[in-house]
Write a protein that binds this ligand. Structure first.
Ligand code: SF4
Length: 346
C-alpha cells in the first residue's frame, strides 16, 4: 500500500483498535499528534498525491458521528442516516465526489466506533420503524476493512437492535474484512457496478467488474444480504444494450431476485467535483458529455435524457429478473417516480 506515514492522535494511541492497525502496517513512519484537524486538510494537498504520497490518520471523530442522510436517501418510507467512520478512499474513480470535497486525499480512519454505535443506539430507540445506517459516504466500506476489522462489532450490534439496518457500500472485492463477520438479515453489503467498458474506463484502481461479481457470489453463498447500485450511469448510444448484458452477466454469478434493492442513478457533479475532474483528469471523456447546470448548481444530463434513460433501465432491470419492488431510481429532484432516493455516488 502507498501509505508512507501513519499519524496517530495521542488520545487514541492506546486503544486496542489502533494497536491492531499499527501491528498490521509495520515499517511505516509513525508520528503522534494531539488533534488530526490541525493537520488534515489544513493545507491543500493535490488529490493525485493519493497515488504515491498518502498519509494515514488514526483519530477520534469529533462532533456528530451519525448524521441524517439527505432527504429521500435510500429505500423510501424509512429514516436514513449515515455514519462517519473514515474519510477518503484508496481508489480513484474519475467521477468521485471526494476529489472536490476534502482539501486532502489523505486517509482518516476514525477509531471511536463505540461512540458511533452509541449514537446509532440512541437514534434507533427513537423510532418504532426500521432505521437505516449507511457506511461508505466518505470512503469505501471494504477496501481497507482487512486492516480496520470493524464490521464484526457492527453486525453483533444489530442483534440487539432488530429495527436497525446497516448498509456497507463498496467497489472492492476485498472480503478479508468480512471473514469474522456473521451475516445478519439487517446487514446489507451493496456493490456499485456498471457495464465492463465503463468500469474499465472510469473506475481507476477499484476492483474489476468480474472481481466484484465473484465477491457478490461468495457473499451470497455465505448468506449475506446484498444490494446493488447502478450509479453512476453514464449515457452512451449503447447504454440499454450494455446494461441488459450486464444484468445477464450477473445472472451467471447469482440470481437477480436475491438482491434487496437495485438503485439506478445518472452521473451528476457538484460544482467543486466538476472543477476537480477538469484538473485531475483533463483527458476524461466525461468532460465531453453534454451536461446542464441545475438550480442546485449540479451538472447533469438534460432532464429528458435522464427521464428516458432511468425509466428504460428500470424496465430492463425488471425484465431481466430483478424484483420490481426492489428497483428504484435515485438522485432526481422531481416527481418522475415515487420514493425517489438520493444516494451519493459510491
Ligand atoms: S467513487 Fe467510491 S470507490 Fe470510487 S474513489 Fe470514490 S469513494 Fe472510492
Amino acid at each position: 500500500m502507498r501509505i508512507k506515514r501513519i499519524i496517530v492522535e495521542n488520545q487514541v494511541k492506546d486503544s486496542s483498535y489502533v494497536k491492531n492497525i499499527l501491528d498490521k502496517m509495520k515499517h511505516r513512519e509513525i508520528v503522534f499528534i494531539d488533534n488530526y484537524t490541525d493537520w488534515f486538510g489544513r493545507y491543500h494537498k493535490p488529490y493525485l498525491d493519493k497515488r504515491n504520497n498518502l498519509q494515514l490518520f488514526l483519530a477520534r471523530k469529533q462532533g456528530k458521528t451519525v448524521k441524517p442522510a439527505p432527504e429521500a436517501y435510500g429505500v423510501s418510507g424509512e429514516p436514513h442516516y449515515y455514519f462517519v467512520h473514515a474519510y477518503n478512499c484508496i481508489y480513484e474513480c474519475e467521477y468521485c465526489y471526494l476529489q472536490g470535497y476534502f482539501r486532502s486525499p489523505d486517509l482518516v480512519l476514525f477509531t471511536n466506533h463505540d461512540e458511533i454505535r452509541d449514537s446509532m443506539t440512541e437514534i434507533t430507540r427513537s423510532f418504532n420503524s426500521n432505521v437505516w445506517f449507511h457506511a461508505g459516504e466518505f470512503s469505501d466500506s471494504l477496501a481497507l476493512s482487512h486492516i480496520t476489522e470493524e464490521w464484526a462489532e457492527y453486525s453483533n450490534w444489530l442483534q440487539q437492535h432488530p429495527n436497525a439496518k446497516i448498509e456497507l457500500r463498496t467497489k472492492s472485492a476485498n472480503l478479508r474484512g468480512l471473514r469474522n463477520v456473521n451475516p445478519h438479515e439487517n446487514l446489507i453489503i451493496s456493490y456499485s457496478i456498471a457495464p465492463e467498458d465503463q468500469v474499465r474506463r472510469y473506475d481507476r484502481s477499484a476492483s474489476a467488474l468480474d472481481a466484484r461479481l465473484r465477491a457478490l457470489q461468495k457473499l451470497y453463498q455465505r448468506s449475506f444480504k446484498l444490494g446493488l447500485h447502478c450509479d453512476p450511469v453514464i449515457y452512451n448510444p449503447k447504454v440499454f444494450e450494455n446494461y441488459r448484458n450486464l444484468f445477464l452477466k450477473i445472472k451467471h454469478f447469482l440470481p437477480l431476485e436475491v438482491f434487496e434493492y437495485l438503485s439506478i442513478g445518472m452521473v451528476r457533479f457538484a460544482k467543486d467535483t466538476f472543477s476537480a475532474l477538469n484538473q485531475n483528469y483533463p483527458q476524461s471523456a466525461l468532460l465531453a458529455e453534454e451536461f446542464v447546470t441545475g438550480s442546485d448548481g449540479k451538472k447533469r444530463y438534460a432532464r429528458h435524457i435522464r427521464l428516458r434513460t432511468l425509466n428504460k433501465l428500470k424496465e430492463i432491470a425488471i425484465e431481466s429478473g430483478f424484483r420490481s419492488e426492489s428497483v428504484y431510481i435515485c438522485m432526481e429532484e422531481d416527481s418522475m417516480q415515487t420514493g425517489t432516493p438520493a444516494l451519493l455516488q459510491q
